[in-house]
Design a protein around this ligand. Structure first.
Ligand code: DG2
Length: 249
């Protein structure tokens, strides 16, 4: 017995295009991002995939990616469950800053620590910042104490993994075919857990925009195999582009 799940990071967002730290900010997909998401859906359809349910975040770049994929697959009718636990890692006070300019100001090493270290948090938003999630209507039903002002990957794992274990995995175990449309770091959190990647090794993992990542899991939900769908050279180029976003210009 084995299970298949598909993860997809949203297509390029307007802020990815401008190379801005995004986190819980809510820009839409760029023109390229819309195309990437549609292509992701076309590749899944061509390879005979189908889904019974999709999970995504509260952020429109992931929601619109999910919609594009389902539209290309003529699966707009399936349930789509949205939850903030799949949101991008909260980038704190870095949100809205340009990654290259931040590297020029604080050094590439510091930006790498903020982007890829396991347990170091970026500087937090002030509680009275208008971007505090406690002030946003979409988080009004959540316990304000658990809404972050900044997050490390470790903290992100602490909300993504319970959502996988307690909610999504139950659908997979029940035989449902599941799509998860989320973000660079919320997916790094899930992949670290599924593949049991060490705290050190995870610093080198970058997830490209808009490319379906197919996991085959065994009875115990341990990965047997995973692969990206599409042209591998193009995918590697995208992975490198993500890696280099923190370089000085
Ligand atoms: C990016 C990831 O998140 O950035 O928040 O800036 O996947 O929602 O575009 P996404 C952000 P890096 O950690 O790769 O810098």
């Amino acid at each position: 017995m084995s299970y298949k799940i598909v993860l997809i990071r949203h297509g390029e967002s307007e802020w990815n295009l401008k190379n801005l730290f995004t986190g819980w900010s809510d820009p839409d997909l760029s023109e390229t991002g819309h195309k990437e998401a549609k292509l992701g859906g076309q590749l899944l359809k061509k390879d005979g995939f189908t889904f019974d349910i999709a999970y995504t975040s509260f952020l429109k770049r992931a929601i619109h990616t999910c919609n594009h994929v389902l539209e290309e697959m003529e699966l707009e009718w399936i349930p789509v469950v949205k939850n903030w636990r799949l949101n991008e890692r909260h980038y704190g006070a870095l949100q809205g800053l340009n990654k290259s300019e931040t590297a020029a100001k604080y050094g590439e090493d510091q930006v790498k620590i903020w982007r890829r270290s396991f347990d170091i948090t970026p500087p937090a938003l002030e509680a009275d910042d208008p971007r505090n999630p406690q002030k946003e209507a979409k988080y009004a039903n959540e316990d304000p104490k658990i809404l972050p002002l900044t997050e490390s990957l470790k903290i992100t794992i602490d909300r993504v993994v319970p959502y996988w274990e307690n909610v999504i995995k139950k659908d997979v175990a029940a035989g449902k075919k599941v799509l998860i449309a989320a973000h660079g770091n919320s997916l790094r959190a899930l992949v670290k857990y599924l593949d049991n990647i060490s705290d050190d090794e995870i610093t080198g993992l970058n997830i490209p925009t808009g490319v379906p990542l197919v996991y085959t899991l065994d009875d115990n939900f341990k990965p047997i195999e995973h692969h990206y769908l599409g042209d591998q050279d193009a995918i590697n180029a995208k992975i490198n582009a993500v890696k280099n976003q923190g370089a000085k210009k």
